[in-house]
Design a protein around this ligand. Structure first.
Ligand code: NAD
Length: 491
């Protein structure tokens, strides 16, 4: 197979370091004790931005600001139409400042600029537009009762929402939480991941510029344990916690939330299964399987990292899949021709390298792929691993896919469902009945048939088992970010 050389990153140690603050109550501020942390560009290896390191003091300050804005400010008291207008203005500004936002995520975590600029920015703007529309246009229920009474539902804003986000799709996943929370009249404290803090700060600045009142969207920076994350999730004056991140972190946050009986939504890790049946269109299957595992260098919760291929097409599929993987262009994520950037940080690269180094010891064969220079990992395809190998069971979160043959539909359904994760699966088949039948049997939150990552924002999104608790999207977000109330009237 043809190998594509990975260019050596150039270092820019003298580059200017940009300074960011927390955004609390409409002001950009440092931490009370002056502590800071740096964001390192994983391609250049240089510090590009500096952020205040928040702690309990900043968590208290941000929650108090959000509480004041909720209890006394105009935001929850506006009509949905007024909020919709402001959120659409916010979305307009996001598109106007697309280059700045995209570059922020690309420098923070190495995502190719074509993805941050071409996908993440427009989807961030779309999330604000969609939830602004949804909050105004969806109907509530009316329930005429046999007794002659009449019941109806009201969806009241829940209050102060804490949103904790991961680094793999920084602004896009933040907006997926912030947009419905704001559209329903809540106020928010957002803590972006420490590896990707810049775009959240820019979003908070743009929200103010759009006319969203101070205190409605606050952003605080810092780590999770013993830091601002822990202080926020254990805070008694918070009404909702929405978290996306690792399953192990989800367990810690659920325990913290339980102390205050704060409702929590958990979008956690995945080990996406990708099933290619013997009757699949192989061009479609190869194209989407390549995107499913190598997009964002495999740092996708939905990544199709366990690939099951029917034995009758295994050889042909693998040949084409290896060619597609080898053709992917690694390089500077700021270069628009780059398809694969470095991994997000040295720490994450060390974790993925640990998996890479043990493939052969676990009985696997590396069909293609290698460690590259710096923090790069080339697309890696592995065969021959047993189902109980770590690589088959654990979330690697890198561009490494295991390929396993199967013979029957029952067998592959069993293999997919054996994972403790249940976020998503993909099915490739030209047999309609089979596709529906198998989709119904898989214990996952989303099944994609002959595609991957296509989203309708009205659809439920979330996972089964270790992949999460609850669903977000459309009315599912409304259920979480409001207090649904029943009013029963004697007519
Ligand atoms: P992570 O769990 O390490 O961190 C996520 C966030 O939680 C960060 O902001 C971090 O600072 C914070 N945090 C960590 N410990 C905390 C604590 N004790 N209290 C409060 N906050 C805490 O996850 P990550 O490495 O940033 O992201 C990768 C993970 O996210 C993967 O497992 C991936 O599958 C998952 N993910 C899931 C989805 C989904 O929709 N299900 C989407 C994207 C990513």
């Amino acid at each position: 197979a043809q190998r594509v050389a990975v260019p050596r990153p150039t270092r820019h140690p003298a580059a200017e370091v940009e300074i960011f603050g927390h955004v609390i109550d409409g002001e950009e501020v440092p931490s009370a004790d002056g502590a800071t942390f740096d964001s390192v560009d994983p391609y250049t290896g240089a510090v590009w931005a500096r952020f205040p390191l928040g702690g309990r003091a900043e968590a208290d300050r941000a929650v108090a600001a959000a509480r004041r804005a909720f209890d006394e400010g105009p935001w929850p008291r506006m009509t949905r139409r007024e909020r919709r207008t402001l959120l659409n203005r916010f979305a307009d500004l996001i598109l106007e400042r697309a280059d700045e936002l995209a570059l922020a995520d690309t420098r923070d975590m190495g995502k190719p600029i074509t993805q941050s600029r071409g996908n993440d920015v427009p989807r961030t703007a779309d999330n604000f537009r969609f939830f602004a529309d949804h909050a105004q246009l969806t109907a509530a229920e009316t329930l005429p009762m046999d007794s002659g009474h009449h019941a109806y539902t009201r969806y009241e804003a829940a209050g102060v929402v804490v949103a904790i986000a991961p680094w793999n799709f920084p602004m896009m996943l933040e907006s997926w939480k912030v947009a419905p929370a704001l559209a329903w009249g809540n106020t928010v404290v957002l803590k972006p991941a420490e590896d990707s803090p810049a775009s959240a700060t820019i979003l908070a600045r743009l929200a103010l510029e759009a006319g969203i009142p101070p205190g409605v969207l606050n952003v605080v920076h810092g780590y999770g344990p013993d830091s601002v994350g822990e202080a926020l999730t254990g805070h008694p004056d918070v009404d909702r916690i929405t978290f996306t991140g690792e399953s192990s972190t989800g367990r810690v946050i659920a325990a913290a939330a339980a102390q205050n009986l704060t409702p929590v939504s958990l979008e956690l890790g995945g080990k996406g299964a990708n099933v290619v049946f013997g009757d699949a269109d192989l061009d479609t299957a190869v194209e989407w399987s390549t995107k499913a595992i190598f997009t964002n260098a495999g740092q996708v919760c939905l990544a199709g990292s366990r690939l099951y291929v029917h034995r009758s097409v295994q050889e042909e599929f693998l040949r084409r899949f290896v060619d597609a993987a080898d053709a992917m262009v690694s390089g500077d994520p700021k270069d628009p021709t780059t398809e694969l950037g470095p991994l997000s940080s040295a720490t994450h690269h060390a974790k993925v390298r640990g998996y890479f180094d043990t493939i052969e010891a676990e009985g696997g064969t590396i069909v293609t792929g290698s460690l590259g220079d710096g923090l790069f990992v080339r697309p890696t395809i592995v065969t021959g691993l047993a189902e109980d190998a770590r690589h088959q069971r654990e979330e690697i979160f890198g561009p490494i896919v295991t390929v396993t043959p199967f013979d029957t539909e029952d067998e592959v359904v069993g293999l997919v469902n054996a994972s403790p994760f249940g976020l998503n699966a993909m099915i490739f088949s030209e047999n309609l009945s089979r596709a529906h039948r198998v989709a119904a049997r898989l214990t996952v939150g989303t099944v994609w048939v002959n595609c991957f990552f296509i989203r309708d924002l009205r659809a439920p999104f979330g996972g089964v088992g270790d992949s999460g608790v609850g669903r977000e999207g459309g009315s599912f977000s409304r259920e979480f970010f409001t207090e649904p109330k029943a009013v029963v009237m004697q007519i």
